[in-house]
Design a protein around this ligand. Sequence first.
Ligand code: NAD
Ligand code: TYD
Length: 351
Amino acid sequence: MVQDSVILITGGAGFIGSHVVRRFIKSDKYKIINLDNLTYAGNLENLRDVENEPNYEFIKGDICDFKFLQKIFSENEFVGVIHLAAESHVDRSISNPMEFIQTNVVGTVNLLNAAKEAWEGKNDRRFYHVSTDEVYGSLGDEGFFTEETPYDPKSPYSASKASSDHFVRAYGNTYDLPFVISNCSNNYGPNHFPEKLIPLMIHNIKNRKPLPVYGKGENIRDWLYVEDHAGAIELIFEKGKIGETYNIGGFNEWKNIDLIHLLCDIMDKKLGNRQGTSSRLITFVKDRAGHDLRYAIDATKLNEELGWEPSLQFKEGLEKTVDWYFNNEKWLDDVTSGDYLKYYDEHYKNR
Ligand code: NAD
Ligand code: TYD
């Protein structure tokens, strides 16, 4: 059944966006328009299995192009926007912050302007901004980020996301734009571009390349399986209160070095290696500049108000993820050829 309610999802060809788009297509309650300009991180292969569904349309376009946004808002009566398009890698934000300001800040404000203009006088719409826990800064050994934690972004990436969150709230306050925001912890799972920790390590273990661990590997991240994030997004889009923020996280903290050892063990078993083979590839490299020590999300509000909880244990999620990369070698080969390798070489030759 093709539905009359149309939702615009931006960044749907990327890692998290592709899981969100698939979930909404399958729910069959809306028509989905996926707007993505296919940067190095956007890949239509991520949605090959659903691209012919009648309630799905892909539009290639840039959120920084306001005239283009006006055109698609005039051609479609969007009941909601779920905004995921962004530059998303902290290391890239350190080497090229302007790109992050352009896409994450200017692009988001463009989208807000297009929605505000098209939704004038209509308050049954919602603008959902998908954001990160990194806006809260870095934790010490104790405590969690809650929705009340003051913003204290420390990397160019997190500063750009914090800025876009502020703009979304400012549009709610100033123009009554109906919005909702979620701030999620680190995701992992299928379709994750192999510049981020987990897929990079899977790729390198498979190819017997060094596993670059920044600093001493003592930094801590709170990992959530991507489909659990997509489920939370669906719930918040449909049931979250306008003007509210929801933190999303798995109560699943891992020190980088411990996580890498776990991944090495899982992969040694699957590859038929003697235990300890892959962990010998671990190579400690120069630390990331301004490296946030610890992220940990308190997702109590989302649990108590909307009944959400993560469905997968970490080891189970990692096994599924490794299996996906083993079964999708072509995907991995394609995205690790060309510009990616150039970036990778430039990035690591200074270490
Ligand atoms: P990603 O880098 O995998 O995908 C980003 C997508 O946005 C790509 O498909 C890309 O082509 C598209 N895009 C980039 N610039 C664009 C532009 N100017 N116009 C249109 N499309 C553009 O990112 P991801 O990891 O899937 O993250 C998605 C969102 O979730 C981001 O907003 C990110 O900040 C947020 N987030 C990510 C994580 C995580 O762990 N990855 C955690 C919390 C929040
Ligand atoms: P990343 O996946 O880039 O996510 P984020 O920086 O948004 O948390 O990195 C996760 C953690 O892994 C972070 O502490 C940096 C570290 N890291 C490494 O040690 N080596 C690597 O090659 C990468 C990409 C990350």
